[in-house]
Write a protein that binds this ligand. Structure first.
Ligand code: SF4
Ligand code: SF4
Length: 98
């Protein structure tokens, strides 16, 4: 067993899902003004299962680190205002099973 594995906590050894976040977001709101002026329902704050999108007074905060990579925001934004790419290789969600 490697040194790193020996040092793992019980929680780490039992993980089913974890995230290896990149330093750069793979999610971008293309035009903040559209969110502000043309999207009263801010539906991305509802359909995203990971609650990545949070409306903060006048802008959308995108907490990309916990993205489940389900792809819903590609089709769910009524204004096609979200640019979504797969995270770079080695980053993003990590499934232990499945
Ligand atoms: S659903 Fe699209 S347009 Fe509406 S707030 Fe979210 S990103 Fe902006
Ligand atoms: S891909 Fe899915 S989890 Fe990630 S931000 Fe879009 S809706 Fe949320």
């Amino acid at each position: 067993m490697s040194e790193q594995k020996k040092g793992q906590s019980i929680e780490e050894k039992q993980y089913l899902v974890r995230f290896n976040a990149d330093t750069k977001s793979h999610l971008h709101v293309k035009d903040e003004d559209i969110c502000l002026t043309q999207c009263p329902d801010k539906i991305c704050t509802i359909f995203c299962p990971a609650e990545i999108y949070k409306w903060e007074d006048i802008r959308m905060h995108v907490g990309y680190e916990g993205c489940h990579e389900c792809g819903s925001c590609r089709i769910g934004c009524p204004h096609q205002n979200i640019k979504w790419e797969y995270p770079k290789g080695g980053h993003g969600i990590v499934f232990r099973l499945g």
